[in-house]
Design a binder for this molecule. Structure first.
Ligand SMILES: NC(=O)c1ccc[n+]([C@@H]2O[C@H](COP(=O)([O-])OP(=O)(O)OC[C@H]3O[C@@H](n4cnc5c(N)ncnc54)[C@H](O)[C@@H]3O)[C@@H](O)[C@H]2O)c1
Length: 418
């Protein structure tokens, strides 16, 4: 297996050295002559532990920096693009370096099948809507090339590049053809980590899912320090350290992961009112907290967004079966429960045949919301047989365990539970 790497920054150099360490013939290229010369002289051009030793071990043996570009590309089964994707003035990702790199590769003549792997971080849909059309257009002039595509986002952290790359927690590969998948499988099997094969867009999305969560958490924490500052007499640092002692951070049942998962919104007695109350006291003290306000708005907007999906598929005369009425599983609390708003929106849209079944919260819901005109049913079997469409709104274990009962029905799984 021969691999070429374009771009020898934090990601590309680590990737190249990682593959070389695993015994693959790896050819590294960079348009920055100074960077390349430093590397040829065993100098790592940035601070990153371990890379110098690995470079010393592999240079000239399995990692090569002086192979002719055409020869390397002609020999390569896989070409990894690890170039920069900086921000443009309008906020979009600048794909110039990526497309320039691809253009250089396509100028080389070879009929060998090779995979072009986008390892640089690129927004979801880039491989499908930018890279593949670009390659197709260029190949009109050079139709002999036999190219596959993949997206392989990188999750390493600066300062820990080597550890993160050589012992990844997971490998994500967006690939949509078998030949490319086989090559990537051979490259990544030696790393012994779970390998997730997904389509191109999903692979690209996972990288942004990760980075935007991190950036949102940081901005959230900073916003809260501003809320604390506005209210006054709050020991912010201490408060955050105590927050970190919450056992939900440490993988307990219903741990933090369950909060970083999509659904149909939060409800219950605490989160909605407490979010609203903190916004209110902060505003009274002169600071408008934008993330908290957006947080409440999203909790509202998710319901019409989901109901629209039902409206697009289910005729108004059809019967709709609501699975779950409590605000979360293992509770019969129906205060500010998302199913209430979803049902009201369905009624507003004109749906008349609405059934509902909750393992324990039917009575509570009926008592709390006597004006909501729906029919309560007593079992999963009954609601399945009476409904044309099912809408899962509470992630009860019963629904997951007994999903074979409604396997033949169209289901809107708005807790992503099945
Ligand atoms: N730095 C990180 O921690 C990190 C982590 C994960 C993903 N990423 C992503 O990986 C990509 C690379 O990041 P980086 O930090 O390694 O960038 P970097 O700027 O350190 O390195 C990019 C290298 O690509 C070279 N290059 C540009 N065009 C080239 C071409 N046509 N041929 C050969 N080389 C070329 C540049 O000269 C530069 O040395 C980015 O998309 C980034 O968002 C970065």
């Amino acid at each position: 297996m021969n691999i070429s790497i374009l771009g020898l920054g934090f990601v590309g150099l680590t990737t190249g050295l990682g593959f070389a360490k695993k015994g693959f013939n790896t050819f590294g290229f960079d348009i920055n002559e100074d960077r390349l010369n430093k590397l040829k002289n065993h100098i790592i051009p940035f601070h990153e532990p371990h890379l110098k030793e690995v470079l010393g071990e592999t240079l000239g043996k399995s990692f090569f920096l002086d192979v002719n570009f055409s020869e390397a590309i002609q020999k390569s089964d896989a070409v990894f693009l690890c170039v920069g994707t900086p921000e443009k003035e309008d906020g979009s990702a600048d794909l110039r370096y990526l497309l320039d790199g691809i253009e250089q590769i396509l100028k080389i003549n070879t009929d060998k099948f090779q995979v072009l792997i986008t390892k640089s971080t690129v927004p979801p849909s880039t491989v499908s809507n930018e890279v593949i059309p670009f390659v197709k257009e260029k190949l009109q002039k050079n139709p002999g090339r036999n190219i596959g595509f993949a997206s392989n986002p990188e999750f390493l952290r600066e300062g820990y590049c080597w550890e993160d790359f050589i012992q990844p927690d997971r490998v994500v590969i967006g690939v949509e053809d078998e030949k490319s998948k086989e090559i990537l499988d051979k490259i990544y099997q030696p790393f012994g980590a779970p390998i997730h094969y997904v389509n191109y867009n999903t692979a690209e999305f996972i990288k942004y899912l990760s980075n935007t969560l991190l950036s949102t958490m940081i901005s959230y924490a900073n916003e809260m320090s501003m809320v604390a500052g506005a209210i006054g007499n709050i020991e912010t640092q201490k408060a955050f350290h105590i927050l970190h002692e919450d056992k939900r951070w440490f993988g307990q049942p219903a741990g933090m992961k369950s909060y970083v998962f999509p659904g149909c919104g939060y409800g219950g007695y605490c989160l909605p009112k407490d979010t609203a109350a903190l916004i209110s006291i902060s505003e009274k003290n002169g600071f408008i907290p934008p993330i908290l306000k957006a947080n409440l708005k999203i909790n509202h907007d998710i319901k019409p967004f989901l109901v629209q999906q039902i409206a697009e598929k289910a005729a108004l005369e059809s019967s709709i079966g609501i699975l779950g009425l409590s605000f979360k599983p293992d509770s019969d609390d129906v205060r500010i429960t998302p199913p209430k708003e979803v049902i009201e929106l369905l009624i507003q849209k004109g749906y008349k045949n609405i059934f509902a079944y909750d393992p324990i919260a039917n009575e509570e819901f009926k008592n709390h919301y006597p004006d909501i005109d729906i029919t309560y049913l007593n079992s999963l079997e009954e609601i399945t047989s009476k409904s044309d469409h099912l809408v899962l709104l509470t992630g009860w274990k019963e629904f997951k365990d007994r999903k074979d009962i409604f396997a033949s029905k169209n289901i809107f799984d708005f807790r992503y539970a099945l």
